[in-house]
Design a protein around this ligand. Structure first.
Ligand SMILES: [Zn+2]
Length: 189
């Protein structure tokens, strides 16, 4: 096991890393591609190349590590998702291509036990120095403070400016359908 938590992302390559290696002070390489569904169904969720590896490491250091420093131990629900895994998750045919930032390793989904999903999203908006999108997803206070998750994305420097967008994906109680609305909130109205 090696510690690469201080190696610059541009100097990291898949050929020289092992799954247990640290790529941030408290995160190991394997946590960035971990997926219960992928391992259960035998779907390949490895990084396709160093570009995705480096984007994920950038995200781990600038988003996951500050959350770890503040809230203690957790493992992200999902960081990188391969096109194959996206097709399984979203029930799409072969050949369909996902545009999710997870497929470029620029996004993570987070839940932290004991911290309400909406509060966690707000903390990230107030405290992370940079982010592309923070989306409070599927949060429903009736289902408990930990319902849903927070989707956080951050583009690495070579992919352009981050937009600092805040969104919520919630159920419109009048119509019942799920929709994206601006801002971090628990209800549409
Ligand atoms: Zn997500």
């Amino acid at each position: 096991m090696a510690n690469h938590s201080r190696t610059k992302p541009e100097n990291l390559s898949l050929a020289k890393l092992a799954p247990q290696d640290f790529i941030a002070p408290n995160f190991r390489l394997h946590e960035l591609t971990r997926s219960e569904i992928a391992s259960r169904l035998g779907v390949d969720n490895a990084f396709p190349g160093d570009r995705e590896l480096r984007a994920a490491v950038h995200l781990a250091r600038k988003v996951l590590q500050p959350l770890r420093d503040t809230f203690g131990g957790f493992t992200p629900n999902s960081v990188f998702r391969s096109q194959a895994l996206e097709r399984v998750l979203k029930r799409k045919p072969s050949g369909w291509l996902s545009t999710s930032q997870h497929t470029r390793a620029c996004a993570c989904d987070i839940e932290i036990v004991g911290k309400s999903t909406l509060e966690l999203a707000q903390w990230a908006a107030d405290n992370l120095p940079d982010y592309d999108q923070i989306i409070c997803e599927c949060y429903d206070p009736d289902e408990g403070p930990n319902s849903g998750w927070v989707h956080l994305s951050l583009k690495p420097p070579e992919q352009g400016e981050n937009r600092k967008q805040l969104l919520s994906y919630i159920r419109d109680m009048s119509g019942g359908q799920w929709l994206y609305v601006p801002g971090l909130r628990a209800s549409v109205g």
